[in-house]
Design a protein around this ligand. Sequence first.
Ligand code: PLP
Length: 400
Amino acid sequence: MVKINEHYTEIGNNYLFAEVARRVREYKENYPDKKVISLGIGDITQPIVPAVIEAVHKATEEMSKAETVRGYAPDFGYDFLVNAILRHDFQERGIHLEPDEIFVSDGAKSDTGNIGDILSPDNYIAITDPAYPVYVDTNKMSGREIELLPCTPDNNFVPSFPKKTADVIYLCYPNNPTGTVLTKDQLKKWVDYAIENQSLILFDAAYEAFISEDDIPHSIYEIPGAKKVAIEFRSFSKTAGFTGMRAGYTVVPKELIAKTSKGESISLNALWKRRQSTKFNGTAYIIQRGAEAVYTPEGQKQIKKVIDYYMENARIIKESLDSMQLKTYGGINAPYIWVKTPDGMSSWEFFDFLLDKAQIVGTPGSGFGESGEGFFRFTAFGNRENTLEAVERIKTLLGE
Ligand code: PLP
């Protein structure tokens, strides 16, 4: 008889956003006339910029001709995109990486979720809490032991080192869901920890493009020694509206060496290459041409405008909530505002309260981990009109 991976039974049924969607659906069925505004899921609302659309159209045309049609894409990305990534995301920040250290993919969710394929189930895992749910769930699926590192106002959202030495550490900065960041000095402490303990850092930089302050690292490789201890995940989803187009990339430096159980050294870059070439068949040519266009001068100018638009939403949400004496965090280098729920409400109580009384949807902090209990996440990805209306409704509900 077929046997399942029993660990799947331990992770619970409801993925956070599925439960949010279920409650919203139920509410809309009961109150079809009410206008519900979502500041919940971190999805884009603004159109994809013209430079990307033009590139996608052009690439689509190429597919219509025998001379220019493309079949399977290279497993790790076309040179034109890899070179644009290297130049713009790394060389301009003084970071040297080789083309075969970049792995273009269909996004950071797959890569952060799949990276565990090349790591032993015996690794001891440290994950900041609250966190993007993929890290905890995928490690539970593999039966790994996890230590959560609380990130709360008590430690200014700067995680302490784990109680037991971690083999693998997940860091996500700018952070989803708290919107907080680490300075270079704070991140350096983690790189030094990893060097000292031969740990691996999995650094999720999906929100790098939203950094507005100096001294906040855009890449972990800005920290000396990081190439020996860190894999970095990037995404075009929030940077350039690719949530539905699907593109991202992962950096696996060749300096990253791990040990087999027999003590032999082995390159993680070689392992990831092997994994990807077996299980992944490349990102669509058309989409990679779109991603390449993000790096052109017009593309850069255009995506900056969209990012500024979202970050103006973030400012509006943050300032309005602050004026209501709610305690907010984040929202300056990230499109997320993390709010302490009022009157000691639990995260889900506040969710139901806002939905019921003001038809506003946010994301309950407890869905991101136990340290998220008593917090709530608003996103800046709405359109301006809805964002303004949402804060007005919350003001009416909670008062100045
Ligand atoms: N990493 C973090 C921290 C995210 O918040 C998200 C999406 O919300 C992702 C990764 C997934 O990105 P992608 O759309 O590239 O799969």
